[in-house]
Every structure is written in C-alpha cells, then in structure tokens.
Design a binder for this molecule. Structure first.
Ligand code: TRP
Length: 462
C-alpha cells in the first residue's frame, strides 16, 4: 500500500510533550468539570464512576490509539484518511465522527456560554451577598442566578456567539501557535486550581458523605441506561470516536509513543474528573442539594463552595476563567477536524472553512438554548426530548461509540498488520510486549464490548 508523504506540507506539533498536552487539552473540558459531576449525580455515584473508568480503559483507550494510528499514518483529515489507507468505503467512519463533533458543538457552545457568563459574575462580585446568608437562602439565590443565565432570550445566545467567535479566532491563528501554546501553559494551572478546590471540598461538613457517594459503589444502581451513559461519557471524555484524535494524531511527531500517550491522557483526564467530583459533591451534601439536579449542578455548587473561603471571589474568578479556557480548548478540538476536512479540498480556504463551521454552530446551537420556548423540543421520530438532550445523547451514546467500533475495526481488521505494528511500536523500537495484547483488544474486545452495550440498551440482549 502506497501512502503519500504529506507531512512536510502540514503544520504539526513540535514535540512529544506537545502531543500529550494537545491531546489532553481536547480531552479535558466541560466533560470533566460540568458533565462528569452532573452524570455521576444523576446515575447514582460510585457505581457509575467505576463503570465509566472501565469503559475509558477498555473502549476509550483502544479507540483513541486506533485514531492516532490512522491519523499519524495518513497525515490527513479524519475522512480522507480512509481513502489514503485504501478503504474509501470506510470514510463513513469519519463522517459519523464529524457529525458527532457538530452535535457536541451545538450544545457544548451553550454550556460554555454559561461559563463565560459566570466569569463576568465572579469578577463583578455578584455572589458576594451569598457568603453571609443562611444555607437555604444562599442556595435559593444561587439557583435563581443560574436560572436567569439560562432562561434569558438574547443573553444566552449572545454568550454562545461570543464563545464561537473566540474559538474561531484561536483557530485562525493556526494549530501550533494557537492550540499548542495555550494547552502547554494552561493545563497545569487548571490542574492546580482544581486541586485547591478539591482540598477545600474535603474540609466541608458533607465531605464524608460525598466520599462515600463517590467511591463506595452500590451495584443495584447499575442498569442498561447507566451502562450506556457511562460508555458514552468515556468516549465523550477522551474525545474518542469523533476524528478529533485522528486529526491531532496526524500532527504528532514520529517519535510519539501512541500507546503511552493515550494511557497518560486517559489517566490524567480521569484524575481531573475525580478532583472536580471531590470539589463539588461535599458542597452538595453540606447544603443538602439534590445530586440529581442536572445541568445546573456545577453552577449552583461552585459559588456556594467559594462563598465560604477567604478571598473566595478571587478564587472563583480564577476557577471560571480556567473552566472557560478548558471549554474553549476542547471546542477547538471539536471544530478543528471539521475545518481540517473542509479546507483539505482546496476549494475553501482555512479561514472560510472556519467561518462556515462557526456559522453553522451558531444557527443550530440556537435551538439548544431556548429553554421553554417552542423550538425547545424535538418531536421527530417519536422523540420527545429537548434539542439539548437530543444532541447530547445522540453524540455521546450513539455517534461516537458507533464510529468507535468502525475505527477499531479499521485498524484491527482492515489495515495491513505490519502498518499497525509499525505505528504501535514506532518501527519496532518500543511496546513490543504490549503490541500482541493491544491487537487482540482492538480486534475483539473493544468492538464486541461496545456492541454488547448497545444491544443491551435497546433491549435485544438482556
Ligand atoms: N472531551 C471534551 C470534554 O470533556 C469534549 C470534546 C472535545 C469532545 N473534543 C471532542 C468530545 C471530540 C467528543 C469528541 O469536554
């Protein structure tokens, strides 16, 4: 099989460390700080977390490695990569992946907008009053603030536009200068700040109950929906099954160890999520909030947490600024694969592709934020759910895992095994022992596991 060498024409990441941080900057985002706690609360705590970690290791990492292999080998975008590999009919994989990216962007940009709004509120001291209030009242006020953010007619839309514009500007600056520089400096700072928040969480009266909720599993809470959601979160968290990791893989250096890169990204990402959980749940139990309160969980708890800390206003500002940056960087990685594809044809310039993609996100994304208005719900195909949930569940629970099966089938079954071997071992220099195990995992375990979860979720396999 002849594979064109197009490396020299493309901009890429400069070092191995940059490969790690860039891939991590895609993984870490609202998924850790917002979605992980929300879902953990909704689906019963520890049993959900263990289930999620199980899928991150056995489906997330193998799919991520498959994507890296395809990306680095072909050095092209997530759709054309399959053409370069000589399997043009598998381009459907990339198409599903990019659809996943767009679905995610439609709702992710609105949540990122809420975060931006909280940056403004933290700076202007809107939560100052809370610190002197009794628990119940503080809680009510913080919920009111959140409801005002999400229910305004123009406000949420303008915030979403702001987010989309920021993302477009960073992308116009280019891969290396934009993504690489941002992620290398900011990821460590975000990590430190979360650590401080988690330590503060542990000093709350509700900490013991929270730790029990987070780490002592109750198997009776597991059912097919919980399992499907945990698997969906594993894909969403690692940005796997979307072409994002294929695209970033195509920017990796030849010396990057694809397997350890994936493992390091996955473990760091899990640690970040757990820290977010340890920061948030003690507040939930201290203030007797409902862990099942859904998308508002982060926004209702963080102001309460910081209201009890000296210099809380400053820390809270920092917290939302860093969350905003993490969300923005994750969004870069969602837009980049679409832009990389659109502009690869030479019909569109990179900047035009960025403009078109951003406009699409703004238009469709508008549907996800009209809480309570007539465009709020989708009735198609007998579904009765909000657009927000439709795009959210549709991407994480269906598009990403299905594309994930196809990514692993491509590397495991369709790709020449010597190519797979060379990419995993960097031409025989590392991972010699890991290779045979990984090959079995990618060929059998991962696709079968994903399939079983699906069949179970739709009731075919009980
Ligand atoms: N993983 C990111 C987060 O947790 C979101 C994300 C970025 C993503 N790129 C992706 C999810 C690609 C799925 C696919 O916030």
């Amino acid at each position: 099989m002849k594979i064109k060498n197009v490396v020299s024409e493309r901009e890429g990441f400069s070092t191995k460390v940059a490969s790690y941080f860039s891939s991590l900057s895609s993984a870490v985002g609202l998924g850790n700080i917002w979605m992980f706690p929300v879902l953990t609360g909704l689906f019963g705590g520890a049993s959900f977390i263990f289930c999620y970690i199980f899928f991150a290791l056995l489906t997330g990492i193998p799919v991520m490695v498959s994507e890296y292999v395809i990306g680095r080998r072909t050095r092209t975008n997530a759709i054309d990569a399959f053409g370069v590999l000589g399997k043009p009919y598998m381009k459907i994989t990339g198409v599903l992946g990019l659809m996943g990216c767009l679905f995610i962007l439609f709702f992710y940009s609105s949540v990122a907008g809420w975060v931006y709004s909280y940056i403004g509120k933290a700076i202007t001291g809107e939560f100052k009053g809370i610190s002197n209030m009794p628990l119940d009242q503080a809680n009510t006020v913080s919920q009111e603030i959140f409801n005002n953010v999400i229910n305004g007619l123009m406000g949420p839309f303008l915030l979403q536009l702001l987010v989309i514009t920021v993302v477009a500007i960073v992308l116009i600056l280019g891969v290396k200068r934009g993504i690489e520089r941002l992620s290398k400096t900011l990821m460590p700072v975000l990590f430190l700040l979360l650590l401080i928040c988690a330590i503060k969480g542990l000093t709350q009266p509700g900490a013991a109950e929270a730790l029990k909720f987070l780490f002592v599993p109750d198997i009776s809470k597991l059912n097919s929906t919980t399992i499907l959601t945990a698997m969906g979160l594993a894909f969403f968290k690692l940005s796997a099954g979307s072409g994002t990791q294929t695209t970033y893989g195509s920017y990796f250096t030849g010396s990057t160890n694809l397997v350890s890169n994936a493992i390091q990204v996955c473990i760091s990402d899990i640690v970040v999520s757990i820290l977010a959980g340890i920061a948030i749940f003690p507040v939930v139990f201290t203030f007797h909030l409902n862990p099942e309160s859904g998308p508002g969980l982060l926004f209702n708890t963080i102001p309460l947490l910081f209201s009890k800390i000296p210099m809380g206003g400053l820390f809270m500002t920092l917290f939302f600024v860093l969350t905003g940056i993490a969300a923005t960087m994750a969004m870069l990685s969602l837009v980049e694969p679409v832009v990389a594809f659109l502009s690869s044809k030479k019909l569109l310039s990179r900047n035009t592709a960025i403009l078109i993609t951003s406009s699409l996100i703004a238009v469709v994304g508008f549907l996800t934020m009209h809480q309570g208005s007539y465009v709020n719900t989708i009735q198609l195909f007998g579904l009765n759910m909000s657009f927000f949930d439709f795009f959210n569940n549709g991407s994480s629970n269906y598009l990403l895992p299905i594309a994930g099966i196809l990514f692993s089938v491509t590397t495991g079954w369709m790709m020449d095994s010597t190519i797979f071997h060379d990419e995993i071992t960097n031409n025989g220099t590392t991972n010699k022992k890991v290779y045979p195990i990984l090959r079995i995992v990618i060929r059998y375990l991962t696709p079968i596991l994903i399939l079983v979860v699906f069949l179970n979720a739709i009731g075919i396999l009980k």
